[in-house]
Design a protein around this ligand. Structure first.
Ligand SMILES: *Cc1c(COP(=O)(O)O)cnc(C)c1O
Length: 357
């Protein structure tokens, strides 16, 4: 069975070495030495100072919303994973959906400004498929209206834009280290903050809002463990090689898929890409379902991603139309993409897709 993604696992002996240290120290969680070592490694790799390793890529968004003091309207993208709008609702804020750009499916800055009201406090945008949002235009709008900017960078670990990590933009950027992502710690998340005061707040929130017997604020459990940090320490040095292996597989798809009948999102100039996902956009949902069924018949499981468009989630109070996102969500299919995906399987996928589009 071939899935859309497959978790990378380091050599077991290497992981066991870290486990032996954990067994010796009997320090399993609560900001242990491996968590701090991973954070130091991430600071160096990303070139970012204010960052925290946390429980997952969702809790970091929740803590970011709280640390920035948001309580009203947040303009967000409908083309993302449900986590990015659920956190807005979970924190009792209101998601206001701005439609996406038709070429790379990130939030369209021109759609943001008309949605701004006196209740707008922030923009929460997703760097889709590892590509980067229109960060300059978004920042210009934020500056003009005094809004905070949060980026859900769950897809962008390893991506750089204009010489900086993609996670260096906005007031806060987050990343997911879930087992399916480009870099993972089994479960895990990262938050980076421009303002060290915000980082300090999230640091407190991450551990219930108190230090020993001093209670500062209402916190939550956003921590991560030594066992998870150990996986990160094994995987982090391999990220450049893993990205190169993805890039080689990308090139095969690019070279042989019939791109005259499939759309591909464009990559922004200035982006050094992490090759996180390989989406293709079919001419119709019917075509997508045909291609998907043909692949599934041989035990290959691509994934509709993102689907549905988040403005159409059933638990939202009102329907806010986003025609471009709704259309792309019906037609986008992510093909299998991971560092050790076999070349023969890629050829098989290409043949089946080309026969069915
Ligand atoms: C994976 C993902 C998340 C959630 O991350 P978790 O670590 O699973 O909580 C959030 N947003 C996007 C865009 C994602 O792809």
């Amino acid at each position: 069975m071939i899935n859309v993604t497959k978790s990378y696992l380091p050599p077991l002996e290497e992981y066991v070495k870290y486990l032996e240290g954990i067994w010796e120290r009997v320090h399993l969680t609560n900001n242990g030495p491996l968590v701090r070592q991973l954070e130091a490694g991430l600071k160096t790799y990303l070139g970012i100072d204010n960052l925290l390793f946390c429980g997952n890529g969702t809790i970091v968004l929740q803590m970011a919303i709280k640390a920035l003091g948001l309580s009203k309207e947040i303009i967000t993208t409908p083309f993302s994973y449900c986590a990015s709008s659920n956190v807005i609702l979970w924190e009792n804020c209101t998601p206001v959906f701005a439609d996406i750009l038709p070429d790379d499916f990130t939030i369209d800055p021109a759609k943001i400004e008309p949605l701004i009201t006196e209740n707008t406090e922030a923009i929460l945008a997703t760097h889709v498929y590892g590509n980067v949002c229109r960060v300059e235009e978004i920042q210009a709008i934020a500056d003009k209206y005094n809004l905070k900017v949060i980026y859900d960078g769950a897809h962008t670990f390893g991506t750089r834009y204009n010489g900086l990590s993609a996670l260096a933009y906005g007031d806060v950027s987050t990343c997911s280290f879930h087992a399916t992502k480009v870099f993972h710690t089994v479960e895990g998340g990262l938050v980076t903050c421009k303002d060290p005061v915000v980082a300090e707040k999230i640091h407190l929130y991450r551990s219930f809002g108190h230090r020993f017997d001093d209670y500062f604020d209402m916190g939550v459990n956003g921590k991560n463990s030594e066992i998870h940090a150990a996986m990160g320490l094994c995987n982090l040095p391999r990220v450049p090689d893993l990205i190169t292996a993805r890039q080689e597989r990308f090139a095969l798809y690019d070279a042989k898929l019939d791109l005259s009948r499939l759309e591909r999102p464009t990559l922004r100039p200035g982006v050094e890409y992490n090759y996180a996902y390989y989406p293709v956009v079919m001419e119709s949902e019917a075509k997508l379902l045909e291609v998907k069924a043909a692949l599934e018949a041989v035990q290959i499981f691509p994934r509709r991603y993102f689907y549905p468009s988040l403005n159409q989630l059933p638990f939202l109070k009102s329907y806010q139309p986003c025609p471009i996102s709704e259309d792309i969500a019906l037609r986008a299919l992510c093909l299998p993409m991971y560092p050790d995906l076999e070349i023969e399987i890629i050829d098989q996928i290409i043949t089946i897709v080309n026969q069915n589009v």
